[in-house]
Design a protein around this ligand. Structure first.
Ligand SMILES: *[C@@H]1O[C@H](CO)[C@@H](O)[C@H](O)[C@H]1NC(C)=O
Ligand SMILES: *[C@@H]1O[C@H](CO)[C@@H](O)[C@H](O)[C@H]1NC(C)=O
Ligand SMILES: *[C@@H]1O[C@H](CO)[C@@H](O)[C@H](O)[C@H]1NC(C)=O
Ligand SMILES: *[C@@H]1O[C@H](CO)[C@@H](O)[C@H](O)[C@H]1NC(C)=O
Ligand SMILES: *[C@@H]1O[C@H](CO)[C@@H](O)[C@H](O)[C@H]1NC(C)=O
Length: 461
């Protein structure tokens, strides 16, 4: 009887898993096939390459930054798996969104664009350079030059009037969050400065990376336990003292991977070694429960993660995986966590095809991996998190991120970026109509990256 019930149980499991994504975790090709199913379900959300649609945009409710994040993910997906299916749409999208000044500030987005939004597109371009993604024609903006443009504009937005430095979250005064300095915007700046240092060998970038990191520590956005906290207000004399201490996976990932790049750039020297080890320990303790990654600020309590927050986790996975390559001292800690998370993530990709999910029936990924059952939450974020995590164990198959010394072919321009100081630092005088338009955009869109945070603010009051 005993063995019969086991048999029946096993049969039941088999039947249940029809349509689910079954993976043999000892087989790279099986993992690739799982990643390919998840990527297919992800890209089904994208309509930007349809006739009449705008390349690079995701449909509502996904904001522009998330599309940038998705194309960065797809470049690494191609590098990790060898599957180039999405290279054409990725190339088209990244080039379409460069904007008139080749700095990822396209006019359709500018009014509601924050430093972090621009940063996620810049990091996708950095990934393109590092992975030797197809180079644009010589008369078009090159990946490296695009990143340098954003970097140069960030330098112009560094502000020492309060908080001893730092960039604001928003670029423009009329957007919510202008009076907030935060880890995501400064983390994007840090991440690209560090990766530019590693890629080009130019020490100016390395000096800025160090300056940004030290500033984050000085205002305690990076605290003594190497935890990365969200940010603080800089108006009304607050001077970044009232810290919003929420911790998010992607903030930790931004600083972790930038630190790994600096660690590598300095050949493992201090202070980067200590910074890297500290952050590795912090990440492993804050963002994992029984070996499964989660988003502690909103996954279970006190509220549900919003659309933006639903896509943070995957970035930590991908950046941990890449960190284990450029800073192999972290591999023994990170790879087991990534593998157990990958298994948990794949287990919850069992949701049905629906009006939301257009991938194969039984393969929609849920949001939380902790309970190992599909929680009914689907979308671009859920697919992207699962993709970046399921493909993480394949990172060793990819070429380690190139630098200009090891064969990276992207052409740079250290002086790229807008010369218009108003565009860099502050808004042009705006009309009432502009303002109204932006207000609506703000309400809709700028919930943006941080608005996820507003509930935290409310809770604290
Ligand atoms: C858009 O790209 C997807 C993924 O590569 C492809 O399947 C689809 O056919 C493309 N659509 C058009 C209209 O070209
Ligand atoms: C801006 O929006 C217009 C109208 O939707 C569209 O035709 C154009 O392609 C967009 N430009 C960019 C760079 O997204
Ligand atoms: C504001 O904060 C910075 C950084 O912590 C500090 O150096 C500066 O003295 C502070 N200014 C005031 C007026 O408290
Ligand atoms: C730097 O990265 C390369 C991979 O690109 C790796 O082989 C090397 O060990 C790393 N350096 C250090 C100090 O870890
Ligand atoms: C290094 O980067 C800085 C900052 O962008 C730039 O001014 C300088 O020209 C660069 N040096 C070289 C040799 O490219």
């Amino acid at each position: 009887m005993y063995s019969l019930s086991i048999l029946v149980g096993a049969l039941g499991l088999l039947l249940n898993s029809v349509g689910a994504i079954d993976v043999d975790w000892t087989s790279d090709s099986s993992i690739k096939s799982a990643a390919s199913t998840i990527a297919y379900g992800l890209v089904k959300y994208y309509t930007g390459n349809n006739t009449g649609d705008v390349p690079g945009n995701l449909p509502d409710p996904y904001y522009w930054w998330e599309a940038g994040a998705m194309f960065g993910t797809l470049i690494d997906y191609a590098a990790f798996t060898g599957d180039k299916t999405y290279n054409d749409i990725t190339f088209q999208a990244l080039q379409h969104q460069v904007g008139d000044d080749a700095d990822f500030m396209p006019s359709n987005q500018t009014k509601s664009e924050g430093n972090d939004d621009q940063g996620f597109w810049a990091m996708a371009a950095m990934t393109a350079a590092e992975m030797n993604f197809r180079n644009p024609d010589p008369d078009k903006p090159q990946w490296l030059a695009l990143v340098q443009a954003v970097y140069n504009e960030y330098v112009g937005r560094w502000e020492t009037d309060d908080c001893g430095g730092g960039m604001r979250w928003q670029i423009y005064t009329f957007n919510n969050g202008y009076n907030y300095k935060n880890s995501v915007s400064n983390g994007c700046f840090f991440n690209i400065a560090a990766r530019l240092a590693k890629y080009t060998g130019n020490e100016t970038y390395a000096e800025w990376a160090n300056k940004i990191f030290e500033w984050e520590q000085s205002v305690k956005f990076i605290n003594d336990n190497w935890n990365v906290l969200d940010g603080a207000g800089n108006a009304n004399g607050e001077n970044c003292t009232k810290i919003n201490g929420a911790q998010f996976t992607y903030n930790a990932g931004l600083f972790l991977y930038g630190t790994a790049a600096m660690y590598n750039h300095t050949n493992g020297a201090e202070p980067w070694k200590t910074r890297l080890e500290g952050q590795a320990k912090s990440v492993a303790s804050i963002f994992f429960q029984d070996g499964v990654m989660w988003e502690p600020s909103c996954e279970k309590t006190p509220a549900k993660c919003n659309t933006d927050q639903q896509v943070f986790k995957g970035h930590l996975s991908r950046w941990m995986a890449l960190t284990s390559i450029i800073a192999p001292i972290t591999a023994d800690t990170f790879m087991p966590l990534l593998k157990s998370s990958a298994q948990a993530a794949a287990k919850v990709c069992t949701g049905p095809a629906s009006s939301d999910y257009k991938g194969p029936d039984g393969t929609a990924c849920g949001f939380s991996w902790l309970d190992k059952t599909f929680d009914g939450i689907t979308g671009v974020g859920e697919q992207m998190n699962a993709l970046q995590t399921v493909m993480a164990p394949l990172v060793h198959l990819a070429q380690a991120p190139y630098t200009s010394e090891t064969g990276g072919s992207s052409q740079g321009n250290p002086n790229a970026g807008a010369t218009d100081s108003e565009k860099i630092k502050q808004p042009k005088p705006i009309t009432t109509a502009d303002k109204a338009g932006a207000g609506i955009l703000t309400a809709l869109a700028l919930g943006g990256l941080l608005s996820g945070m507003w509930f935290v603010f409310i809770d604290e009051k």
